[in-house]
Design a protein around this ligand. Sequence first.
Ligand code: C2E
Ligand code: MG
Ligand code: MG
Length: 683
Amino acid sequence: MSISHERTRVRGEAPDLRLFDVTGKGVFALDLDEDGRVIAVGAMGAALLGKDRDDLLDRLPAEVFPVPVAQAVHDCAAQATFPSRVIQTLMPTRLVSDRTVEWTLHGLAAGAERVALLEADDVTVRKRNDNRLRNMARAVEQSPISVVITDVKGMIEYVNPRFTQVTGYGYDEAIGMTPSIVKSGFTSPQQYRELWETIVSGREWRGELLNRRKNGDLFWEHISISPIRDDTGAIVRFVAVKEDVTMRKEYEKRLLYQAHYDDLTKLPNRLLSIDRLTQALARADRNREHVGVAFIDLDNFKKVNDTLGHTYGDDLLRVAARRLVGCIRASDTVGRLGGDEFLIVLPDLHDPAHALSVADKILEAFQEPFLILGHSITTTASVGLTIFPGDGREANILLRNADAAMYRAKDAGRNCCRTFHAGLNAIAMHRLRLESLLSGALDRGEIFVVYQPQVDTRTGRLVGAEALARWRNPELGMVSPLDFVPLAEDSGLIELIGRHVLETACQQLARWRDHLPPDARVGVNVSSRQVAVPGFADIVEQALNKAGLPPHCLEIELTESLFALRVATVVETLNALRAMGVRLAVDDFGTGYSSLSYLREFPVNTVKIDRSFMIPVGDEAADSLVRAIVTMGHSLGLQVVGEGIETAQQLEFLQQVGCDAVQGYFLSKPLPAEAFLRFATRA
Ligand code: C2E
Ligand code: MG
Ligand code: MG
């Protein structure tokens, strides 16, 4: 202590030590003539070293500073002139992590004496922030998503490499421009105004825009633009994050077409025809007009198909479709319901008798023989006609009645038109009969389950089975689930039948497990109606417990429409099933709602490509769609299963596109339990 006083006396007034702390750094004064001995130290410096100030005074650098710092002081003391030096060291501390300290050494000549000022700056936080910023910048630079930053006026200040890759505009070309360089001209000024108003008011804007690349190509972007604020909350920039969704849009468009049009005739299919009918009915109801609904069945189509073959049959359907289109106005609809059945919707009829004249035109159009592949073929048509609102007010009633009327035309000797008369509805009678028999079918043990094998596309190894319901009735014979499931859905019986199938399938697989690969699973089809009932997840859990089957061995097959609805209770049920470990599959993919976006949102494991995609292997459009579904499915981490494989070529094609598993008649038809076990354990 006394020494230090003496020393300060030698060097003049004692410095006010508070001065040492004004820079916010630790400051030490060192005597270079005494090998850098500490002459004075501020409170911060002492704190940084974790020592009392008195413990530091008069010490040599090697006693108090980290080695590189002490070395630098030593070097400085040995020199005549002293350049400033900066040294960074890690300081071990008692804190969890070491601190990084930046030391700066300034040598000074004060008259004859030489002193040094040593500053110690704790840069731990700054360095950590630097690192974080560097990582963030790297992530943005390498992001697979375009990032654009503009100033508040919309002038581009930054684009990442992905932007350049997607748009074709280089960094230097984009900077200083506005994002309108990618404008396609297809977005309305109104839409831009909304976008701008949203972000200027401080909210995030999200949407999809059709934009244009530098080379002129159009592309779709999913865009989200958010304001960036400074510390005071003022908006200083905007950041846009953009994903090129052109491929997805393209797939969706094609799926939408596939879901709504018949491949063979290019006419609206059942789904779209009925949709058009429903719209026409709503409009006619408002405008107090009539709608004509005609059901058309070709008279000897089956004979042509059976005797001349499918090529002729297909060609005949195409030409017949063209003739039907020739009989109607542009605002009318001709659709193909399936097989040789067509539907005509005549909307906005002021006079219902007009429908009769269209029916006459149709009969007339079929009088002339068809020339198919050099053969002259005569095929007449039978037409059943109903009129809204007299013959029914709802689409399904009108269709059913038109169908009944068409059968009356057949009974009357074909090649004619009949209108609907209530009371003669054979279809309705049959349906009533089915309904009453179905209500007792479970109790009589008429409902049973068959199993269709699913195998690995590459190895041929069994991956599982799909459980399919069957109804065998002494009076009706075998009834297809396509006929009785909709009935059961209408009457609510589906809950009981579905539960029976679920429990049977779980128990069956549990019994088989010793003979099957350990992860073999069983797929159970479930109606939307079953899933919509609260407590469905409990029913599944009980079925699994009762059977002693692990949840991952059960795959619930659901239809696309279920996802499209996004009903809250359904979403909850699906999440509960997944949480339990049960697998979920989208059945008949590509026929319904046809949007891939929901697959991202729902916890699905598997997509099953509908068998309608398999039939035309070799057809470019369908093949590329299958390929696209497989690619998209895999990119979402899903298993893709192909359904309805009937030929070796189809199997080969699915192998080639990387589809994971397949099922279909080519491998096996659905089998009764014993036969399935034989199939599964075949050598
Ligand atoms: P799905 O779930 O798509 O089942 C596949 C259907 O395709 C089955 O018809 C199967 O026999 C048939 N199939 C399999 N391989 C081929 C093939 O190579 N070529 C052809 N042409 N068809 C093949 P199935 O058994 O008549 O069932 C029809 C539909 O009924 C099922 O379609 C499913 O949606 C529904 N269904 C069946 N069982 C149940 C059930 O227990 N509950 C519910 N809710 N629906 C069921
Ligand atoms: Mg299925
Ligand atoms: Mg299916």
